[in-house]
Design a protein around this ligand. Structure first.
Ligand code: FE2
Length: 324
């Protein structure tokens, strides 16, 4: 950029057969562009689709009768179905694949169809089932409130897959909330509280005998133009905020308001994962939850999950669009 003259300007533009020539001052440099290339540049999307601008926000009722569900066999065989499914993950934040093999490790194969597995201290995949000595609430039968995973990680995994191997328990239903819709409601109802959550850095941390992770981020993350781009919500891994008494009061008031919006019944999409179902969701937009469960006489509840990233999924979508 420093190679260019400071007083650079366009001196003359000439159109010829399919080309546009631009003569620049002060050095008289002439650049010739293909007209169709210039038109193509003008028509390119001006954003990457990750902020709220590229999303369709939803509440539970909006998805009644139109859940983003696809059949695994069709997804594998037909690029058009694969494209449609992954576009729904971009647009709505999630999609569900039904009738995948209810076999251990399948979640990694599914992740491989849309991007790359993100290995973490939990491994390439993690088992979600009731354990005797759990190091995480996920590994109990207790209810889990809507949250995003791993906000203590930088970079945070932007995509999560949960694959059901068995679910023969009473309870254990899955829930999703559109965190962008919840944040937008907060902005509508209490713009001050929205601002507090968008500008107050929060330290998220997690550790066990083998790992010690921490990342400082805001609960609502905005892009450079102030649009909602990320949501992090996980009270189990949030450290106590260290703020002045006044700022702390404002922060906790805003945090409570946001948590109340997230908990509203109309925002909760509840569904049951059956063996072979796999839910794929945007982990910096959607909040996931589950109801409590108790082991039934007929068997337990066992999910396998893994992390991946939205950039890989978006790349897969772009390549599938080229083929369409
Ligand atoms: Fe989780």
């Amino acid at each position: 950029m420093r190679d260019l003259p400071q007083d650079l300007s366009v001196e003359r533009v000439e159109e010829a057969e399919g080309t546009v020539s631009v003569r620049f001052a002060p050095d008289g440099h002439v650049a010739t562009f293909r007209r169709d290339w210039l038109v193509e540049q003008a028509g390119r999307p001006e954003h990457d689709g990750r902020s709220e601008r590229g999303k369709r926000r939803w509440q539970a009722a909006d998805l009644a009768g139109c859940m983003p569900v696809e059949d695994w066999a069709q997804y594998v065989q037909e690029p058009a179905v694969r494209l449609r499914t992954l576009e729904l993950v971009e647009l709505l934040g999630f999609a569900i694949l039904r009738r995948t093999p209810a076999v251990e490790g399948t979640v990694l194969d599914i992740a491989g169809t849309l991007g790359y597995v993100r290995e973490t201290n939990y491994g390439r995949l993690f088992d979600v089932r009731a354990e005797v000595n759990p190091n995480n609430l996920a590994y109990t039968g207790l209810a889990i409130a809507p949250h995003t995973d791993n906000p203590y990680r930088d970079p945070v995994p932007t995509l999560q897959l949960l694959h059901c191997l068995s679910n023969a328990v009473d309870g254990g239903d899955s829930g999703l909330v559109d965190g962008f819709a919840a944040a937008a409601l907060l902005r509508e109802e209490d713009v001050e509280a929205f601002g507090v959550l968008a500008r107050t850095p929060v330290l998220f941390a997690w550790s066990d005998a083998y790992a010690a992770l921490r990342a400082e981020r805001t609960i609502i993350g905005l892009d450079a133009l102030g649009r909602i781009r990320e949501v992090r919500l996980n009270h189990r891994s949030m450290e106590t905020v260290r703020l002045s008494p006044r700022d702390a009061a404002d922060f906790y008031t805003a945090y409570r308001r946001f948590s109340e919006i997230v908990s509203r019944a109309e925002l909760q999409l509840t569904f049951r994962l059956d063996p072979g179902d796999c839910v794929i969701f945007d982990n910096v937009r959607l909040l996931h939850s589950r109801t409590a469960f108790s082991e039934g006489a007929s068997g337990g509840r066992h999910l396998q999950g893994c992390y991946a990233d939205m950039d890989g999924l978006e790349s897969t979508v772009a390549v599938l669009r080229r083929m369409a």
